[in-house]
Design a protein around this ligand. Structure first.
Ligand SMILES: Nc1c(NC[C@H](O)[C@H](O)[C@H](O)CO)[nH]c(=O)[nH]c1=O
Ligand SMILES: CC(=O)[C@@H](O)COP(=O)(O)O
Length: 165
């Protein structure tokens, strides 16, 4: 099922665990910052809407999406009380194959962190063919993937707690 026809910002608040007890980290890539700031806004607003206080949200910036892996790794090593980490990036296809390598690197790296660490790392990295697609998914006509990522982070934090971390 594609994003087309679905709104990334839609969620049923009654079906979301209360998140006030959780602590979240968010690592934000500075590349395409118009997009990544929109994604961060969506994620931050969704966390607060579900009971998370500002003081329980930690934000770090990294230069680009490829650095999200290292940034999330160092955040997990530095703060062992985080219940979930969200990584936010926007990769937009250019003239060369660099897009493919950045996307593959960050995808595999975040997957690896989810295996290596006990804290879930949520993948909020847009991989778009053009800027319009990125705009549409960071608060535009398709909603905000940052909102979707925040809801996933809350649900995974609750799953981790239920599993007895
Ligand atoms: N082209 C995009 C990049 N490229 C930069 C890399 O992410 C990385 O910072 C660089 O290769 C140095 O290691 N990053 C994005 O996030 N989005 C892009 O569209
Ligand atoms: C994802 C990228 O690194 C890409 O935007 C860089 O553009 P180009 O492939 O034209 O160098």
């Amino acid at each position: 099922m594609a994003t087309e026809g679905n709104n990334l910002s839609d969620y049923d608040k009654s079906a979301i665990p209360n998140a006030e007890k959780f602590r979240f980290g968010i690592v934000v890539a500075e590349w395409n910052d118009k997009i990544t700031e929109g994604l961060y806004k969506g994620a931050h607003e969704a966390l607060v809407d579900n009971g998370v206080e500002e003081s329980r949200i930690l934000r770090w910036n990294v230069p680009g999406s490829f650095e999200l892996v290292y940034g999330a790794k160092k955040m997990l090593e530095s703060y062992d009380m985080l219940d979930a980490v969200i990584v936010i990036g926007s990769v937009i296809k250019g003239e060369t194959k660099h897009f493919d390598f950045v996307c593959e690197g960050v995808t595999q790296g975040i997957k690896d962190l989810n295996i290596q660490y006990d804290t879930p790392v949520i993948f909020c990295v847009l991989t778009d063919n053009n800027m319009q697609q990125a705009i549409d998914r960071s608060g535009g006509k398709h909603g905000n993937k940052g909102t979707e990522a925040a809801i996933a982070a809350i649900k995974m934090a609750q799953l981790r707690q239920n599993a007895g971390f």
